[in-house]
Design a binder for this molecule. Structure first.
Ligand code: ZN
Length: 251
């Protein structure tokens, strides 16, 4: 009788622990393309094992696919978080499925080229979702000092006020996402970087690199060009914080 009572206690404790959310399992589906710009593929090929290792450590489920037709309602309902590592959907069906997913509680982490769009007519909903429009870029890829806009944000937990982000192609934006009241900027290129680039130069101005649109559960980050992105232990903390926040946990 006593033994049975204790088992019930244990079951109740496990239930409470699960309900706290810290260990609640969630499912992540990462989309990538293998036939895009090589520097973007290089990032995706490193990001997949990086997030797989994180999944083992943080107890979530991670799967990667190069089939963008998996952006459909029946597949998406199995996943709490979607990643776009080096590309974006190209068909109306894929785009509508993603829009519906995000408008009904889905979560998204987009890297670098995922936010590239220089004409809002291509996909107006996405332009509003991202809250910014690509304007220019630096070249070649170079490291840059990033400043943290809000150190109290859980996505920035454990990061210093500024850090050196590994070599990346940096984008500028027009309109600036900071001018959108729904956008909360999380990281910005520090003024000390300017001018950055040789062939293509970003001369100055306000250039956010990571932000969230508060109307959705989403994070866009401009990192994602080349094979150096995941070499900073500091920046890697951000990637882990970001994914866990999107999955409903904060580390
Ligand atoms: Zn690039």
């Amino acid at each position: 009788m006593i033994r049975r009572f204790c088992l019930l206690c244990l079951a109740g404790w496990i239930g409470l622990a699960a309900a706290s959310g810290q260990d609640r399992p969630f499912h992540v589906l990462a989309f990538y393309s293998a036939n895009v710009e090589q520097d973007h593929v290089d990032f995706a090929m490193q990001a997949i094992p990086f997030f797989q290792a994180m999944a083992g450590r943080d107890r979530f489920d991670f799967k990667a696919t190069s089939n963008w037709n998996d952006l459909n309602p029946s597949t998406l309902k199995q996943y709490q978080v979607v990643l776009w590592l080096d590309d974006a959907p190209s068909t109306p069906a894929q785009r509508i499925a993603f829009q519906n997913y995000m408008e009904h509680g889905g979560a998204w982490l987009g890297f670098h080229i995922a936010g590239w769009m220089d004409n809002r007519q291509v996909w107006p909903w996405f332009a509003d979702f991202l809250g910014a429009m690509f304007y220019g870029n630096s070249w070649p890829p170079l490291p840059a000092t990033l400043t943290i806009d809000d150190p109290t944000n859980p996505i920035m937990k454990g990061l210093p006020q500024s850090y050196l982000s590994p070599a990346n192609e940096w984008y500028s934006w027009k309109p600036d996402p900071r001018s959108n009241p729904d956008i909360k900027v999380l990281m910005t290129l520090a003024p000390s970087n300017y001018p950055i680039g040789f062939k293509d130069t970003l001369a100055g101005g306000d250039i956010p690199v990571t932000w969230t649109n508060t109307k959705y559960k989403m994070i866009y980050t401009n990192m994602g060009h080349g094979n150096k992105i995941l070499t900073s232990p500091i920046q890697n903390v951000f990637f882990e914080n970001a994914l866990l926040w999107l999955g409903g946990r904060s580390k």
